[in-house]
Unconditional design. Structure first.
Length: 78
């Protein structure tokens, strides 16, 4: 994993193989493929925003799940 601070790009390297092709998964995420079409890397542009937003969504989902279970527990006790 390499982070380029100035460009705010995160590059996740899965394999040292030569990149043969790439697929844009979203405007800021590109999957890098080898000659066989296997995933060898991922490039994330605007990485700090992407990671922040991903972590926030994950944390919010967990909090909502905990609150939902807490409410179910209270309903069962009533």
């Amino acid at each position: 994993m390499t982070y380029f601070n100035k460009e705010d790009v995160l590059h996740l390297l899965i394999s040292e193989e030569q990149e043969h092709n790439s697929i844009e998964l979203s405007p800021d995420i590109t999957a890098e493929l080898n000659e066989k079409g296997e995933l060898i890397g991922i490039e994330i542009l605007n990485a700090s925003v992407f990671i922040r937003d991903s972590l926030l969504k994950s944390a919010q989902a967990k909090v909502l799940n905990i609150l939902s279970k807490h409410d179910e527990s209270l309903d069962a006790d009533a």
